[in-house]
Ligand binder design. Structure first.
Ligand code: SAM
Length: 271
């Protein structure tokens, strides 16, 4: 291995240096010897080293060329470990992992600067995974498990929560990393659902309703949905009434079932 270069802030490089936390992440992944594991951003390989001792296949995707090269060197000759020098957001992940349903687990300490786009990428490909165990910035983690009426509740809560059972496993303080991030981190597990948690009609409509409702947090639901132009103002008024939802409420007070009801009505209107 070549000498270690300074961690790159632009790539969200906060490396895990606490063996207990690494062991807890591995436990949370509930690995079996048959598991195929995808690790996003293996970095210097702190997690990879233990992952390699558990599942059957391990695929590592690292964007930092120098770190990817070092991992390739370390695992040369081990044909159960594949190191990909690439950007997880640009990679044809379905092409790399294959189409077999629920065949993979994802375990990762994500680069925090791009954790939300990575979450949405994994959401798109959820059918390929049986479990995800991800370290995120605590604040992002709180949003994923938030309940209606609290400040963290929003678009990610609803869009990810529609398709995953999400559980906060544990909090990780900055002292467990080098260099230390300024914020706490959280490890969460995600189990994909076979069907959406609630029937939403057309899912693209559900996404538009949710995004529209949170686009202007201070405005009423009725004003937000009017601005989103999902239906004419009269139609929107009728739909809110049909769903028994007061348009003066704010988006953050609506449950997932209420968003789903709005989405079903709007879907019917569009067909
Ligand atoms: N897994 C290591 C650990 O826990 O010590 C490193 C985690 S560090 C928070 C995030 C890692 O993701 C870094 O190694 C960084 O280079 C890598 N990374 C950043 N952007 C990436 C991208 N677009 N695709 C793949 N890896 C990326």
């Amino acid at each position: 291995m070549t000498a270690l270069r300074r961690p790159l802030k632009a790539l969200g490089q906060n490396f895990l240096v606490d063996g207990n936390i690494i062991a807890k992440i591995i436990r949370a992944a509930e690995l079996t010897p048959e598991d195929r594991i995808l690790e996003i951003g293996p970095g210097r390989g702190a997690l990879s080293e233990l992952l390699a001792q558990h599942g059957s296949w391990l695929t590592l995707v690292e964007f930092d060329h120098a770190l990817a090269a070092a991992l390739k060197e370390r695992y040369a000759g081990n044909d159960q470990i594949t190191v990909i020098d690439g950007d997880i957001l640009a990679l044809d992940l379905a092409g790399v992992l294959g189409a077999e349903p629920a065949a993979w687990k994802v375990v990762a300490n994500l680069p925090y600067n791009i954790s939300t786009p990575i979450l949405f990428r994994l959401l798109e490909l959820r059918g390929l995974f049986s479990r995800l165990v991800l370290m995120l910035q605590r604040e992002v983690g709180e949003r994923l498990v938030a309940s209606p009426d609290c400040a963290d509740y929003g678009v990610t809560t609803l869009l990810l929560g529609l398709w995953f059972d999400i559980r906060r496993e544990f909090i990780v303080p900055p002292t467990c990393f080098h260099p230390r991030p300024k914020v706490d981190s959280a490890v969460l597990s995600f189990v994909p659902l076979v069907r959406p948690r609630v029937e939403v009609g057309d899912e693209s409509v559900f996404r538009k309703v949710v995004k529209g409702a949170f686009a202007m947090r201070r405005k009423t639901l009725s004003n937000c949905l009017k601005a989103a132009e999902l239906a004419s103002p009269d139609e929107m008024y009728g739909i809110l009434e049909q769903c028994g939802i007061d348009g003066k409420r704010r988006g953050e007070t609506l449950s997932m079932e209420e968003f789903a009801a709005l989405s079903r009505c709007l879907t019917t209107l569009q067909t």
